[in-house]
Structure formats: structure tokens, C-alpha cells
Design a binder for this molecule. Structure first.
Ligand SMILES: *Cc1c(COP(=O)(O)O)cnc(C)c1O
Length: 360
């Protein structure tokens, strides 16, 4: 078997230790005589698994008791509707910062349900930076304020949170959850699709403050109501049982590797390796500048489409896969989530040096 270095933005690499553990337990979990995949979600064996995963996530992320953890489906994209259907129910106003395609989708979907305002946007420069925010533009009576904390496609991230006062701050953390410590108390709600940094696709994690539950509009579908899922321990219907189990293994791995502080150090080291090379290369250039650079998703270009294509092709042949950039940015993008080992980045940089020398 030869495993490649997978730089996909998602679904993405999982730690090998997690896959091996899952493989070892695939046919029989513990001494249950069955696979986790085959378990009734109403069984006491499965209840122990989901309770353990929730406790693990609360411990790793230091989630306070006044927040619920919900294990849902439908991806981060369903949250674009679920959030307004549950929260855009006071003044009917919500504020948004448009830092990329996902932030914009959240804004567009919410706009179907209320008065949504763009506070700032970085569209003018292909979302290559985080715009300055003027708190005077924030609406004090808004039901929430939405940001995308890490912009998966464009490779930028917020390093300073907007001060929204009593207005709940909501963040899409799909591509940065578990990558470094996060102060949950600064947010009313956090949400993430699992397939970037938490596990396989199919699981969506929502962390929501208690006082924001129970405000859904009358028309909200039952399956889209946070209260229903909170009251039923994410078991109103069948939850994504296997994905939740894998998240548990990922959390064990995070804990064994220093928790979120450990992840931060590991991720900063990897990102620095690649950014340092990019900043010194004559051929490759990072598309995001300075402090706004993501630790997780690093887009870069040569400035020549043919050369970009040649690079992606040759990299693939060397076992560095999924380096093609998003079509809206072009060039390349290396997504280096928690599971990407340092050697993966070191070897990629070594290959980029060779490529640069050979094509100068
Ligand atoms: C991947 C991603 C999404 C979309 O997630 P789905 O689970 O496919 O709906 C939304 N927001 C961000 C920041 C993402 O990285």
C-alpha cells in the first residue's frame, strides 16, 4: 500500500492512526459482535459512543455547559438556511461580512428570510484579504452577525473577531475547527461540516448557546429546528452514526497530540514552511498577504496557467494530489489540515524547489 499526500480542501486526509483504528474495529466494535455502522442508534452501546464523543469534543474545545453540541446532517450548506430559520426571528435583521464564496452563500440564503446587510466585503480583490470593519456599521438590533472564520477557497482567515456587543456572533468554522484553540464564549453559534478537519462527510457539528435555542419561526421544518435536535440529544432521527464515531477517534488523536495547542503548533509550523518558501520563490507566489493568511488552506500561483497545469500534473505523479486551485482563484491550493503530517509539506516544498529549478 502506498498512501499519497492529499492536499484536498475536503473531503480531506484523516490521520492514519484513526483509519487504522477504524479498520481494526470495522467488523466488531469492542465485544458487541457488530460494526458501529450496524448498530441501532437507540442501543446502549451506541449511546455510550455518542455521549463519549460529545464529552470529548467539549473537553478538547473547552465548550461551556451553557452550549449545546448538535450532531446533524446536511453539511455546512444546510446551516446557511437553518441559522436564519431559527434566529432571524426578532428584528429580522442580520449582518454579514463577505470574505469569500461560503460567506456569500450564507448571506444569500439568509436574505431569503429577512433583512440582511453586507457590513464589508473583500470581493474587489478576489477575497484575498479580510476587510477592515467599522463597528458603526453594525446594527445593534440585528438578530445575529455572521462571519466565515477561515475562507477555504481563498485562503484567508480572521485573526481578530468583530466586537458585536450583545448581537450573537455566528461563525462558519468548517475549515478551521480543531486547528487551534477557539474561545467558544465569544460566539453564539459555531458550525462546521466534518469533512475538512473532523472526519468523513455526512456529519455537521453545531455548537449553539442555550439562549439561542427555541426561537425558530413557525414555518421552520421540524428537522431544521435546533430545539428539536437539542431536546432529543441529536437523536430525533437517525444521526450520522459512523461519522460521529470517527469524530471520536479523531478527537482521541488530537488529545494524544497535544490537544488544540498541539494542533496549533503543528499547523503553524507547516504553514510557515510553505509560506516561507512561497515568499522567497521567484516562480510561486501566495495569493494572500500578511496577517490574514490561513493556516489551513494556502492558495498560490505562478502567474502562468500552463505552468500551473504542468505543476499540478507533475505533483500528482509524485504523490501530491488535489493541488489544483479552486476555479475562481486558479493556480494551486494546498490544504494542510491537522492530518497532514509535517513531512507532507516538507516533501511538497522540496518538489516545488525542484520544479522551479527545472522550469526557470
Ligand atoms: C466546505 C465548506 C462549506 C460547505 O460545506 P458542505 O458540508 O459541503 O455543505 C461551507 N463553508 C466552508 C467554510 C467550507 O469550507
Amino acid at each position: 500500500m502506498s498512501r499519497v499526500y492529499n492536499f484536498s480542501a475536503g473531503p480531506a486526509m484523516l490521520p492514519e492512526a484513526v483509519l487504522s483504528k477504524a479498520a481494526a474495529e470495522l467488523l466488531e466494535f469492542g465485544s458487541t459482535g457488530e460494526s458501529v455502522m450496524e448498530m441501532s442508534h437507540r442501543s446502549k452501546e451506541y449511546q455510550a459512543i455518542i455521549d463519549g464523543v460529545e464529552a470529548n469534543l467539549r473537553e478538547v474545545m473547552s465548550i461551556p455547559d451553557n452550549y449545546k453540541v448538535l450532531f446533524l446532517q446536511g453539511g455546512a450548506s444546510s446551516q446557511f438556511a437553518m441559522i436564519p430559520l431559527n434566529l432571524l426571528n426578532g428584528s429580522g435583521k442580520a449582518d454579514f461580512v463577505i470574505t469569500g464564496q461560503w460567506a456569500n452563500k450564507a448571506y444569500q440564503e439568509a436574505s431569503r428570510y429577512g433583512d440582511c446587510k453586507v457590513i464589508a466585503s473583500s470581493k474587489d480583490k478576489t477575497f484575498s484579504y479580510i476587510p477592515e470593519l467599522n463597528p458603526a456599521d453594525f446594527r445593534e438590533d440585528a438578530d445575529y452577525f455572521h462571519i466565515c472564520l477561515n475562507n477555504t477557497i481563498y485562503g484567508s482567515r480572521f485573526t481578530k473577531l468583530p466586537e458585536t456587543g450583545n448581537v450573537p456572533l455566528i461563525a462558519d468554522v468548517s475549515s478551521c475547527i480543531l486547528s487551534e484553540p477557539i474561545d467558544v464564549t465569544k460566539f453564539g453559534l459555531l458550525y462546521a461540516g466534518a469533512q475538512k478537519n473532523m472526519g468523513p462527510a455526512g456529519l455537521t457539528v453545531v455548537i449553539v448557546r442555550d439562549d439561542l435555542i427555541g426561537k425558530a419561526r413557525d414555518i421552520t421544518p421540524t428537522m431544521f429546528n435546533y430545539q428539536i435536535h437539542a431536546e432529543n440529544g441529536s437523536m430525533y432521527n437517525t444521526p450520522p452514526t459512523y461519522g460521529i464515531y470517527i469524530l471520536g477517534l479523531v478527537l482521541d488523536w488530537v488529545k494524544e497530540n497535544g490537544g488544540l495547542e498541539g494542533m496549533k503548533a503543528h499547523n503553524e509550523k507547516k504553514a510557515a514552511l510553505l509560506y516561507d518558501f512561497l515568499d522567497n520563490s521567484k516562480m510561486f507566489k501566495a495569493t494572500v498577504a500578511g496577517a490574514d493568511r490561513s493556516l489551513m488552506n494556502i492558495p498560490f500561483v505562478t502567474g502562468n496557467d500552463d505552468l500551473d497545469a504542468k505543476f499540478v500534473k507533475e505533483a500528482k505523479a509524485q504523490g501530491f494530489i488535489n493541488l489544483k486551485g479552486h476555479r475562481s482563484v486558479g493556480g494551486m491550493r494546498a490544504s494542510i489540515y491537522n492530518a497532514m503530517p509535517i513531512e507532507g509539506v516538507e516533501k511538497l516544498v522540496a518538489f516545488m524547489k525542484e520544479f522551479e529549478a527545472a522550469n526557470a
